[in-house]
Write a protein that binds this ligand. Structure first.
Ligand code: PA5
Length: 412
């Protein structure tokens, strides 16, 4: 099971009337019908409908994932963390860089591809653009609207949006993102589940893992430590510690940091409040950002994530007689990672940095499910303590609106 402890000179503040109100608001949120992410691990319907689509489309050799933000970061994170265990080749069209688009499409045999268009709103410009390009590309290889059911699968709001309308017109398979689940909280919906199934990841184990940790995040009698962690983050925020470093000691969790960045930034950064997320990963970033984390401004909380046991390992023995090689020779690669992790933790403590030491026993479906739900819940709880709405993103919406206005004024 995931566990964590705080290492800091700043003690965890005890609960007071204000924080108790915020904690109650958090529990109410988890139980409310308007917000659905917390109940996703038990949602048997969603996984069943995803499995059905998977069974019908699993002959495809290429999986083209079109989506952006919450519609892409979650699935990308799952695939990178747990690996692609099937032979399916994945392409993520999650940006509108024309050169990258060309390179990505050059890798694909469209006739053997499934195109998964993911958009909660069904109107996002980047996603619509990629879909239009796919339609033109399909036409070039002789695929027309009549055949779209064999190529496209949609994932969108159950009722609203252009994709939902188009689904009826084209008769393409369409999976639901429940209307009470927002983009960045949607990785346990078909947004993440379908790519996971195509990759050979055990989607059910991911949900089961998340279910196991729910009690520690939602039962007030069992989640004292969790509440204390959030109160500590809020206390530090109010004292000007407003940057959050997420640093797993695992290359495979690099995209987990990218996913967390969106969750934390988009949920909490509003009304002149918020915590700036900084993605990092060890040991690599010890040779990059760590100098700043260690001796720069003490305005950061560092979440240091340790994977206690790696699936693979390598001996570091060597016939070379140099001191550097001889020092490492009795050890394994995982032991070097452990040494660097422990060494960095000790040095951070010595420098009075604010650290949360998180541990997962191994990187598998179950533990990844736990750390995902933990991150989502922590975001919501910190949002309640900061008194911001962790589920909206008015700043993003404004940018979208002005981009469309710019296109209209460009006059085509
Ligand atoms: O978390 C969010 O809600 C956003 O990041 C969205 O996921 C992103 O803007 C894409 O929106 P949509 O899924 O509607 O295409």
């Amino acid at each position: 099971m995931l566990n964590w402890n705080i290492r800091s000179t700043q003690s965890t503040p005890s609960s007071n009337a204000e924080t108790a109100t915020a904690e109650k608001a958090y529990i109410d949120t988890l139980m409310s019908e308007e917000i659905g992410f917390f109940r996703l691990p038990e949602n048997t319907e969603l996984i069943a409908e995803t499995k059905k689509v998977f069974e019908e489309m699993k002959h495809k050799k290429y999986f083209i994932h079109i989506g952006i933000g919450g519609s892409a970061l979650g699935p990308d994170m799952l695939l990178k963390a747990l690996g692609i265990k099937s032979g399916v080749k994945f392409v993520f069209l999650n940006n509108i860089d024309p050169d990258d688009m060309k390179r990505s499409l050059d890798k694909v045999n469209l006739k053997e591809a499934m195109i998964y268009v993911v958009s909660k709103s069904g109107t996002t410009a980047e996603t619509v653009a990629a879909m239009s390009i796919m339609m033109s590309e399909l036409k070039k290889v002789g695929v027309t609207e009549n055949d779209y059911r064999d190529y496209f699968v949609f994932c969108t709001d159950p009722e609203k949006g252009d994709l939902r309308k188009l689904q009826k017109e084209w008769n393409v398979r369409t999976l639901n993102i429940p209307s009470n689940v927002g983009g960045r909280y949607s990785v346990f919906t078909p947004v993440g589940l379908l790519p996971a199934m195509f990759a050979g990841i055990d989607a059910q184990a991911l949900l089961d893992g998340a279910r196991e940790i729910k009690k520690h995040l939602s039962d007030p009698s069992a989640c004292g430590e969790f509440f204390a962690l959030a109160r500590w983050i809020k206390e530090l925020h109010d004292k000007g510690v407003r940057q959050t470093v997420l640093m797993p000691y695992s290359s495979l969790l690099k995209e987990f940091s990218a996913w967390f960045v969106q969750l934390w930034a988009e949920s909490l950064g509003k009304e002149s409040k918020g915590l700036t997320p900084i993605p990092a990963y060890g040991a690599t970033d010890q040779h990059s950002q760590m100098q700043l984390f260690m001796e720069g401004p003490a305005d950061k909380v560092l979440f240091m994530i340790e994977v206690e046991k790696f699936e693979s390992d390598f001996e570091l023995q060597s016939p070379l007689n140099f001191e550097s090689f001889k020092t490492l020779a009795p050890f394994k690669l995982s032991q070097l990672m452990k040494a660097e992790f422990e060494g960095t933790l000790a040095a951070l403590s010595e420098n009075n940095r604010h650290v949360v030491h998180m541990r997962i026993p191994t990187l598998n479906e179950s533990h990844l499910g736990q750390i995902i739900l933990f991150s989502e819940c922590l975001t919501v709880l910190v949002g309640r303590l900061l008194k911001v709405d962790p589920f909206n993103q008015p700043g993003v919406e404004a940018g979208k609106k002005y981009a469309y206005a710019w296109l209209k004024s460009a006059g085509k």
